[in-house]
Each structure stands twice: as structure tokens, then as C-alpha cells.
Design a protein. Structure first.
Length: 292
């Protein structure tokens, strides 16, 4: 039997994402389920909360009032749960963590079993975005960001730095040779990022070379698969490629230049939010286990 709180959380997801379809994709559920949840709330409250049109959603005045108070009530409920469990030295409650897919797969997923064993009362929700997100809009507690931070309203905890290197499959290097300068890249297939210009700066022979990718993707994990297939050269962080290099699927360009590129790995959360015990728990747990 569905609880009123379940329906309210689904309503908030629709409001925060701006549409039933976007909320369904974010939550991994169906638009029909979300529509039923909103309909149940409207029926029980005997009022319309959202005006639905083919292009957009508009909240009614009653909807604004209800959603504002419901959001505050949910926050109070979660805080009460956390405070109760914290008094027993057991961090608890929902923890939504966002990270780019490569970091999620290679640095967080391998430790989930141990984390759950250590903190069984934390309900972990993992989301993946390849670009920076609005933490409030996405209802995210903490995000792992790679690179320089731009938002000064965020608290940040530096988790470490990961070196970025040029990598290709051993077969690719054997066929095409290793580049020694920017001019050599013209005869190579370069694999880079779409809409992320700072990740298309490659360290080569003591310089930073801006490349225009032959093939690009928004997904670092897709680029890893492509470069492992021997289709070109990519510049990826060690935290993503270390296992592939150790297994012989990839080989890094031999470059002993003192000019090296590193990606900063930082956990961020809002300044106006007290650092909860569950955020502290996961950051303290992950920090010594990361292989950057």
C-alpha cells in the first residue's frame, strides 16, 4: 500500500525536474506511476496541485503552498530520523550522491558492499551526470566533481588528484606509433569529449595541446570502451584507466616531462547546510580507499 509520503516524494521529483518524463527517467520508473501518485494526492486534498499542458507543468497557488510545506515536513522527518540514529552512533537516512559515470563505476561501486556493511542504516542513492548539476534542483546531498570549482557557494572537500595521460591499446600503438609532438597528432585518431573543452587539453612533450577530436562523446566510459577497442588515442584520468593498463588492454604514452596534467577530485555540498553525519560517513569511508 502506497503511503502519503511516497506520493509526496514523487510529486517533488516531478516539480524539481520540470516534467513527468524527466522525473521518471531520473527515478527509473514510469510516467504512469508518477501520474497516479499526483492524482492520489489531488484527490485526497480535493484540490488541483499542477496544471498539465502538452509543453509544461504549472503549479497552482494551492500547489505552491502545499509543496513548500511538504518539502519542509520531509526535511524535518529526515532530520528527526538522522538525529535519533546519530544518538545511537548510527548515521542513517537517505544519501543521494552524484558523480560522473567513470568515477562512479571505478571508485565508488567497488566499495558499496563494505559501505553498506559499515552503515546499514544509510539509504544510498547514486546518480550519474557527466556535467555539473544543481544540487538543490536534483535533490542531491553531495556531488563528486572533477576539475576546478566555479560555485563559491559550495563547501568542498578535496579527495585527491588524478593524473591525466594519453592512452591507447597496445595494438594501436604498434600500428601507428606514439606521437612525440602536436604535429604528430594529425595522423592519429583522437578521441575526446563533447562540450568539455578543458578535457580536450592533452599533455604532450611538455606542452598542453588543445585537440579537436576525430570522435567525441559526452561519456568518459564510452571513450574508455572505444580506446580499448583500438580505435584511437584518448586522454583519460588514471583513476579510470589504471585497471585497464594493469590488465594490458591499454598502454599509456611514455612521457617523462615535468609538465603533467592532473584532475582535482572534490566532494561538494551547500554551505548553508550543516554537514550531516551521513555525508561525513561516506567521505571518510571513501577517501582512504580511492585509487586516484
Amino acid at each position: 500500500m502506497k503511503s502519503r509520503w511516497d506520493d509526496i516524494e514523487l510529486l517533488l521529483a516531478v516539480v524539481d525536474t520540470g516534467s513527468f518524463s524527466a522525473a521518471a527517467e531520473s527515478l527509473g520508473t514510469s510516467t504512469a506511476r508518477l501520474s497516479r501518485a499526483v492524482a492520489r494526492l489531488e484527490k485526497s486534498l480535493e484540490t488541483t496541485l499542477i496544471h498539465r499542458t502538452t509543453r509544461r507543468l504549472d503549479m497552482t497557488e494551492e500547489g505552491h503552498t502545499f509543496i513548500t510545506q511538504a518539502r519542509a515536513a520531509l526535511h524535518t522527518l529526515e532530520s528527526a530520523e538522522e538525529a535519533l540514529c546519530a544518538s545511537r552512533h548510527r548515521p542513517a537516512g537517505r544519501l543521494r550522491v552524484d558523480a560522473a559515470t567513470p568515477f562512479l563505476i571505478h571508485q565508488i561501486v567497488p566499495h558499496l558492499r563494505d559501505f553498506h556493511a559499515a552503515y546499514p542504516h544509510i539509504r544510498l542513492e547514486l546518480t550519474s551526470h557527466e556535467t555539473n548539476i544543481d544540487l538543490i534542483e536534483q535533490r542531491t546531498d553531495v556531488a563528486i566533481r572533477i576539475g576546478e570549482l566555479e560555485d563559491s557557494s559550495l563547501h568542498a572537500r578535496l579527495l585527491g588528484r588524478s593524473r591525466r595521460r594519453l592512452v591507447a591499446s597496445p595494438e594501436y600503438w604498434q600500428r601507428h606509433g606514439m606521437p612525440t609532438g602536436a604535429e604528430d597528432l594529425e595522423r592519429h585518431t583522437t578521441l575526446g569529449f563533447t562540450h568539455l573543452a578543458h578535457l580536450n587539453l592533452w599533455p604532450l612533450n611538455g606542452q598542453e595541446v588543445a585537440i579537436t577530436p576525430t570522435l567525441s562523446s559526452t561519456s568518459g566510459e564510452a571513450l574508455l570502451s572505444i580506446v580499448e577497442a583500438g580505435l584511437g588515442i584518448a586522454c583519460l584520468a588514471d583513476f579510470q584507466t589504471r585497471t585497464s593498463c594493469q590488465a594490458g588492454r591499454l598502454e599509456a604514452l611514455r612521457d617523462d616531462s615535468p609538465h603533467r596534467l592532473y584532475a582535482q577530485i572534490q566532494a561538494v555540498y551547500y554551505r548553508n547546510t550543516a554537514l550531516s553525519s551521513r555525508i561525513t560517513a561516506i567521505l571518510d569511508f571513501l577517501a582512504p580507499r580511492l585509487t586516484l
